[in-house]
Design a protein around this ligand. Structure first.
Ligand code: HXC
Length: 256
């Protein structure tokens, strides 16, 4: 069904694996459309509570496809609103866990940063090397990287194009969990399974609430959180979660 990605469902986790090994998973338009389509389908499925986004051992993704971009002009980029489609990925409500092995460069780093939880190892290489091509990040890197690691490191990365390994990235706040190389995918799946085992409604609004912190003032964000918190007392999952605690048993969430 897809040419550039592999998809599967493991329990309540939807897995999307970038699969352009010859191009180190470079993100061309077709790959973007497939990732967004597969993620949208998982997002709509009541059976899926979390998504894992993975690449290969060598590369999560080595960036947007330079060969595809090389011949573009300003007007062709503008007319097609090049790569704006990725925004749909960030609008999805299902939590996304990125298993970031090897290179995550340019659009690859930006794609990883669109995920909600990032798992990496000391061998993962993050970078925004667009400056070496005479361009700048175009899928949110200058914004999401800066929010994640602050101005000092973001400027360093974006202006010099240098790579940052997983250890530095974890210290800087870009990586959620730093694990052994071989454990990246298993741990990403484990995290996704854990998330998918919670109340689906609560995990979706939790994601919304954390993301609101990037879009609003503290007062507005705290108000949004409080009202959302109040609303959860209208859900069956809140009744079940609290009853299970009191009765000292595991909660049986409805995942609606
Ligand atoms: C197209 C790519 C590619 C890319 C690698 N390949 N990255 N093709 N676009 N971004 C291809 C190579 O051309 C080569 O194919 C094959 O993958 C293997 O790559 P090598 O370079 O031979 O591997 P290696 O020597 O191990 O070096 C790995 C690497 C290097 C350090 C990751 O490939 C590299 O620097 N890639 C480019 C990284 C980059 O600049 N990314 C940012 C892109 S701009 P062939 O057929 O030639 O052997 C971007 C903008 C985002 O992302 C904005 C969106 C709007």
């Amino acid at each position: 069904m897809y040419e550039n990605i592999l998809t599967e469902t493991r329990g309540r986790v939807g897995v999307i694996t970038l699969n352009r090994p010859k191009a180190l998973n470079a993100l061309n338009e077709a790959t973007m459309r497939e990732v967004v389509a597969a993620a949208t389908e998982f997002d709509a499925s009541p059976e899926v509570g979390a998504i894992v986004l993975a690449g290969s051992e060598k590369a999560f993704a080595a960036g947007a496809d330079i060969k595809e971009m090389a011949q573009q002009s300003y007007t062709s980029m503008y007319a097609s609103d090049w790569f704006a489609h990725w925004d749909r990925l960030t609008a999805l409500r299902t939590p996304i866990v990125a298993a970031v092995r090897g290179y995550a460069l340019g659009g690859g780093c930006e794609l990883a940063m669109m995920a909600d939880v990032l798992v990496a190892s000391e061998n993962t290489k993050f970078g925004q090397p667009e400056i070496n091509l005479g361009i700048i990040p175009g899928m949110g890197g200058s914004q999401r990287l800066t929010r994640a690691v602050g101005k000092a490191k973001a400027m360093d990365m974006v202006l010099t194009g240098r790579m940052m390994d997983g250890v530095e990235a974890e210290r800087a706040g870009l990586v959620s969990r730093l694990v052994d190389d071989k454990q990246i995918l298993p741990i990403a799946l484990e995290i996704a399974e854990t998330i998918a085992g919670k109340s689906k409604h609560a995990s979706q609004v939790a994601k919304e609430a954390v993301n609101a912190a990037f879009e609003t003032t503290l007062t507005q964000g705290v108000l949004f959180e409080r009202r959302t918190f109040h609303s959860l007392f209208a859900t069956e999952d809140q009744k079940e979660g609290m009853a299970a605690f009191v009765e000292k048993r595991k909660a049986d969430f409805k995942h609606r």
